[in-house]
Design a protein around this ligand. Structure first.
Ligand code: ZN
Length: 112
């Protein structure tokens, strides 16, 4: 529930930044490693938005796969079977590149 509250705080903050424009659609990017359960987050958001000044507000969820970046060849690759080696050159010198995020990917605003 607290994740849903912070999502709506971010939506409200964006609305204020845009002169109080109504937000009609919000996209959320959920990382494979974030531990966020999309269906329960969607449910919490719908409950929190219903009957408030934010309604109607539609949400779209986008899945972000677990990825790593190779320090040797700079390829960003999806991690399969939790193997950290670069899929392009085979180097084991790789760093986290994504998959643990939970962020707004886009907002659609209506002119005030
Ligand atoms: Zn590589």
């Amino acid at each position: 529930m607290s994740i849903a509250v912070s999502v709506l705080d971010a939506v409200r903050a964006e609305s204020v930044l845009h002169g109080g424009a109504r937000v009609t659609r919000a996209g959320l990017r959920i990382g494979e490693l974030s531990g966020v359960a999309v269906e329960s987050l969607r449910f919490c958001l719908e409950v929190l938005v219903a009957g408030t000044d934010l309604a109607p507000l539609a949400f779209e969820f986008e899945f972000a796969p677990w990825t790593r970046r190779c320090r040797a060849c700079l390829t960003v690759f999806p991690v399969l079977d939790a193997r950290p080696e670069c899929t392009a050159c085979g180097s084991a010198d790789t760093e986290a590149a994504g998959g643990d995020q939970m962020e707004l990917s886009f907002l659609e605003l209506e002119e005030p």
